[in-house]
Design a protein around this ligand. Structure first.
Ligand code: ADP
Ligand code: MG
Length: 428
């Protein structure tokens, strides 16, 4: 860790004040590394763990450059942030507004995403905007309606860059890139960066700084990772048992399909758990409402798909449950990274059955870890090869953090608290 302050990184007193107001006392490692080169206008690839403050790492220097830049009679879009989901667009737009709020020169932030009426977004773009945060589809729609132009963009950010660079976004992404001026600052941020997207990244970036803040540099404890061996048909019952027995307050549950989100949420609410589903076929109003209710604590459990795996910041989220396992080892990182953010502790529980055991093994192998398969009394699997409780195994790579992890686990009710010892704060 360094003794950097927001001012020592080159940020104005106004922006440093905005950080304090947001509750940021010191910059995180990715902020320390990324802010100075970004203030210089450099291209940058920023890799840092989930929940480590990547949004402010780019929002702060870009806001400073916006304020310092020439003022035009009409607002032009000077910063464009592309994100893969609507919820993330709303969240990042809010972060720009919050951090930019105390600036002497008021900046306008427009958030553009699909699933809601296009007219208010068009109206909002009259008179221009300084910062646009958008999902690619709605952005293209608005460009076609001549509601905005991108030929004045000075800085492009791809947040969750590897996702935006993967095949699913290829066509939309390339159309957006084609509308941008060739000379611009390019910023890519993510917690994961598979080798397959490197070539595309190289094509986007020019003389880029590559900054990497590893998990080891984080001041906060990592996420306590657990697995529970359970037969697939009993997962919902086990989930309810865990939520009710352990008194979990804020639980994000990942399942494989939209149908399963509704099914599991309904089963839980039938049994007295405050649960709801969040998936991509719901109306955007419904999506926004359940996320709001979950963040406010009105809902204890949100059952979702990989729609909510990336970027979403839910302060106070205690537990992530992989009811169905994620497809890839990178998806695992993003899913469990919805907890344990910004210095908080968190717990991630994956349900593993005999059928999914080999898949979880692969995830473990990719991350060089081995998580003990636990069993819960009354939910012991009928057939679970090699997965009896207490097979031991290497538990994480940072034994010095064991006590903190245990404390987090105990707080989440997964195992009885240890007798008082050093570093046993639950960080709550
Ligand atoms: P990432 O994009 O790396 O996953 P976010 O940018 O969403 O992380 O930030 C995670 C949380 O950390 C947010 O709630 C954010 O407000 C908070 N945060 C950001 N920077 C700091 C900081 N310097 N100190 C404390 N909290 C911070
Ligand atoms: Mg992020």
């Amino acid at each position: 860790m360094t003794d950097a302050t927001f001012e020592s990184l080159g940020l104005s007193a106004e922006l440093a004040g905005a950080c304090r107001k947001a509750g940021f006392s010191v910059p995180t490692p990715i902020q320390v590394q990324a802010i100075p080169p970004l203030l210089q206008g450099q291209d940058l690839l920023g890799l840092a763990p989930t929940g480590s403050g990547k949004t402010a790492a780019y929002a702060l220097p870009l806001l400073q450059r916006l304020v310092a830049g020439r003022q035009h009679a009409f607002r032009r879009v000077r910063v464009l942030v592309l994100v893969p989901t609507r919820e993330l667009a709303a969240q990042i737009g809010e972060a720009f507004r919050q951090l930019g709020e105390p600036l002497h020169r008021p900046l306008k932030v427009a958030v553009l995403f699909g699933g809601v009426s296009v007219n208010p977004q068009m109206m909002n773009l009259r008179g221009g905007a300084d910062v646009v945060v958008a999902t690619p589809g709605r952005l293209l729609d608005l460009m076609e309606r001549n509601a905005l132009r991108l030929d004045t963009v000075e800085a492009l950010v791809l947040d969750e860059a590897d996702r935006l660079l993967d095949l699913g976004f290829a066509e939309e992404r390339d159309r957006v890139l084609g509308a941008l001026p060739a000379r611009r600052q390019n910023l890519l941020f993510s917690a994961t960066f598979p080798p397959g997207v490197q070539a595309l990244a190289d094509a986007l970036l020019h003389d880029a700084a590559r900054v990497e803040a590893t998990a080891e540099e984080r001041a906060e404890p990592a996420i306590a990772q657990r697995t529970i061996a359970v037969d697939a048909p009993r997962r919902t019952e086990l989930l309810r048992h865990l939520v009710q027995q352990a008194g979990w307050r804020s639980v994000l549950v990942f399942v494989a399909t939209r149908h399963a989100t509704e099914h599991v949420a309904r089963k839980l609410s039938d049994r007295g758990v405050g649960a709801a589903a969040l998936h991509g076929e719901m109306s955007q109003g419904g999506r926004t409402a359940v996320l709001r209710d979950f963040k406010s604590g009105a809902l204890e459990v949100l059952v979702t798909t990989d729609l909510a795996a990336r970027g979403i910041d839910i302060p106070g989220l205690q537990v992530v449950v992989n009811y169905d396992l994620p497809r890839s080892a990178d998806d695992y990182v993003h899913r469990i990274g919805r907890t344990g953010r910004a210095g908080a502790s968190g717990v991630a529980v994956s349900f593993v059955s005999a059928a999914t055991e080999p898949h979880f093994r692969l995830i473990e192998k990719r991350h060089g870890m081995r998580v003990e398969r636990e069993q819960v009394a009354g939910f012991e699997p009928v057939a679970m090869p090699e997965a009896a409780a207490g097979t031991g195994g290497v538990k994480g790579k940072r034994p010095s953090k064991k006590d903190k992890l245990r404390a987090a686990e105990a707080a989440a009710g997964l195992r009885p608290p240890r007798p008082p010892g050093p570093a046993s704060s639950t960080g709550d």
